[in-house]
Design a protein around this ligand. Structure first.
Ligand code: PLP
Length: 358
């Protein structure tokens, strides 16, 4: 029998597979597959979320006015140019839906965040992966890949899964050399982890260019992955486009309340940064001592080289309750991405690897 056929290209998409985490808990689990916050959610956000339960019978504020005001206040931005989403993931999808379609190209760095390729395919646009240098986005190659059919350039900075990043100078050059008709999406999902003064989130570039946007998320540093809350800072015209095509209530009321509270939780933010720095150092040293190459990472994760045995090692780790992420879909099948966790997680990982190495 005939059945409704999806648009061309949809069935070519390999569904995005998240990090493993669901298994019967018979042993201690080290969940290091999804770059989640090992400290849990921001306590202030959790309290606001619970309080919001009293009003679950009410529709959310479709404009997320209080959350945008709080973001504007914290970062010195015009709230009218902030748009919130159900995760920054939704904003990636909305931007792609609004600006690219069949026949258009979407350019991204070869080992860039996978969502960009999937978003392109979803819209029937052509994904164009640009080779990197030393697992780092190559600014000149990205610019050379841009043609008159290019509608969007996506750049995660720092990038997931490589952990590499471009400094303020490189980002500025990229923004000024890119044709103004091409949308430049700076995905700054790990921005809060960055302490290097040469880093620029993208905020200043959004103010300086009509075609540059910056995306942010509450999933990583604030530990709110389950809530689905992200936001972006846009030129006025682009914000107005997104406000036309997003769902009228795309961000739930508990998410808005938790987000506002999280922005005040500086103590939690600082504790997360300190733990991440400390355990990243311990994990890097431990992996190197075991003979594994580790790439420098600015995020709350490490990319490490395991050679042809990578998948075998991943499965052996899983048997020992340690979940890490396979990187085949990113074109890096000999590496594994390991999120930073608590000291116990680092211990469990290193002990398991020692055992696996024999
Ligand atoms: C985690 C991540 C996101 C998605 O964040 P959500 O807000 O949870 O959708 C976006 N971009 C990058 C680079 C990420 O690593």
């Amino acid at each position: 029998m005939a059945h409704p056929a999806p648009k061309p290209g949809i069935m070519d998409i390999t569904p995005y597979i998240g990090g493993e985490g669901r298994v019967p808990e018979t042993q201690r689990l080290a969940r290091l597959a999804s770059n989640e916050n090992p400290l849990g959610p921001s306590p202030l956000a959790m309290k606001a979320y619970i309080d919001a339960a009293k009003n679950l019978h009410r529709y959310p504020d479709g404009m997320a006015a209080d959350l945008r005001a709080a973001l504007g206040q914290k970062y010195g931005m015009d709230p009218a140019r902030i748009v919130c989403g159900a995760g920054s993931d939704e904003l990636i999808a909305l931007l792609t839906r609004a600006y690219a379609g069949a026949g258009d190209e979407i350019v991204y760095s070869a080992h860039g965040f996978l969502r960009y390729k999937l978003a392109a395919m979803e819209m029937g646009a052509t994904p164009k992966a640009v080779p990197e240098q030393n697992l780092t986005a190559d600014m000149d190659a990205l610019l050379e890949a841009v043609t008159e059919r290019t509608k969007i350039l996506f750049l995660a900075n720092p990038n997931n899964p490589t952990g590499s990043w471009l400094d303020r100078n490189a980002l500025q050059k990229l923004a000024s050399r890119l044709p103004s008709s091409v949308l430049f999406v700076i995905d700054a999902a790990y921005s809060e982890f960055m302490t290097d003064p040469a880093y620029e989130s993208g905020q200043a570039l959004v103010d300086a260019h009509k075609n540059v946007v910056m995306l942010r998320t509450f999933s990583k540093i604030y530990g709110l992955s389950a809530l689905r809350l992200g936001w972006g800072y846009f030129p006025e015209e682009i914000a107005s486009v997104l406000n036309r095509i997003r769902g009228p209530f795309n961000v739930s009321a508990p998410a808005q309340a938790a987000g506002i509270a999280a922005l005040d939780d500086d103590d939690f933010l600082q504790r997360t940064i300190a733990l991440t720095e400390e355990q990243k150092q311990t994990m890097t040293t431990g992996l190197k001592q075991l003979g594994f190459q580790v790439y420098p990472s600015a995020g709350n994760f490490l990319l490490a080289q395991f050679g042809a045995e990578a998948e075998k090692i991943r499965l052996a780790l899983k048997e020992r309750g340690v979940f890490v992420r396979q990187m085949g879909a990113y074109g890096l099948p000999e590496t594994l991405r390991i999120s930073i966790g608590m000291a116990e997680d680092t211990d469990q990982l290193l002990t398991a690897l020692k055992e696996i190495k024999g």
